[in-house]
Design a protein around this ligand. Structure first.
Ligand code: GLP
Length: 252
């Protein structure tokens, strides 16, 4: 079967991020009890800023939303400002009318990580599955924290992070090394979402974007797994999208 991915080009980073926020807002208005899959990282900051602004303008309400975040560092308590739970609270959850009890982030402190991971998968299923998964991409093509080599069928689990990922994310740790493991939704979890919105901005993502869209489908570039999904859109700025055709691209 041939699927197609939609490629949306924007002149600036902010324009791409705001367009993604507007897409999320549109889906939220159409389904107030939407189940969102959420991502962290510098790329997402302007997306959340825009969603908060839309909420403050009275345009959108998160009161019916349930959310599941992609990943969390192992060993960081939720209250640690560098944890993804804390990041989500400060960038979005504490600034809108979402019910915090329905915001879920993997537990980086779970004593039995495997048991927590299977509960996380069950919670996603019980919520009806993820309607819209927001995704970034790592410089090495990772999605969530599924590093090169990850099985496309994998579900939520604890993974080791690559040295390049630790280096990229050390910026969030004042230059120090981040935790070397994370709990992440698997590629199989991500592919089970009904719609996937990928935002990639900046020159540092150009090679990963090109590999994801134009290279062979391979575990060496986890984002190529998205070509096995029927409803993926990519949102690129001038730097990340250079050389990528603007029309719909044929998948496998
Ligand atoms: C991080 C996260 C991913 C994120 C990606 C890009 O390590 N685990 O979910 O999409 O890498 O991050 P950034 O937006 O900071 O470049």
């Amino acid at each position: 079967m041939e699927f197609r991915m939609r490629i949306n080009h924007f002149p600036t980073t902010v324009a791409a991020a705001h367009a993604v926020a507007d897409r999320i807002a549109e889906r939220l208005k159409a389904k107030p009890n939407i189940v969102l899959g959420l991502a962290t990282g510098a790329t997402m900051e302007p997306v959340y800023e825009r969603l908060v602004a839309l909420h403050r303008a009275g345009d959108i309400s998160f009161s019916g939303v349930t959310s599941f975040n992609l990943d969390e560092y192992v060993g960081l308590p939720p209250a640690d400002p560098r944890s993804y739970r804390s990041t989500m609270d400060s960038q979005l959850f504490d600034l809108v009318d979402i019910d915090k009890a329905r915001t879920f982030v993997p537990d980086g402190l779970a004593a039995d990580a495997a048991a927590f991971a299977s509960r996380y998968e069950a919670m996603i299923r019980e919520a009806g599955g993820i309607d819209l998964q927001l995704l970034g991409i790592g410089r090495n093509g990772h999605i969530g924290f599924n590093e090169p080599g990850a099985d496309f069928a994998a579900r939520t689990r604890v993974v080791d992070l690559e040295a390049s990922t630790l280096a990229a994310n050390s910026a969030f740790f004042g230059g120090a090394q981040p935790p070397t493991q994370a709990m992440t939704m698997g590629i199989g979890t991500i592919l089970a979402s009904r719609e996937i919105v990928v935002l990639a901005t900046g020159a540092a993502k150009r090679d990963a974007v090109r590999a994801a869209l134009l290279g062979a489908v391979t575990a060496d570039c986890p984002a190529t797994a998205l070509r096995r999904h029927g409803n993926v859109s990519w949102w690129l700025d001038a730097e990340s999208g250079a050389g990528v055709p603007g029309e719909n691209l044929a998948a496998e």
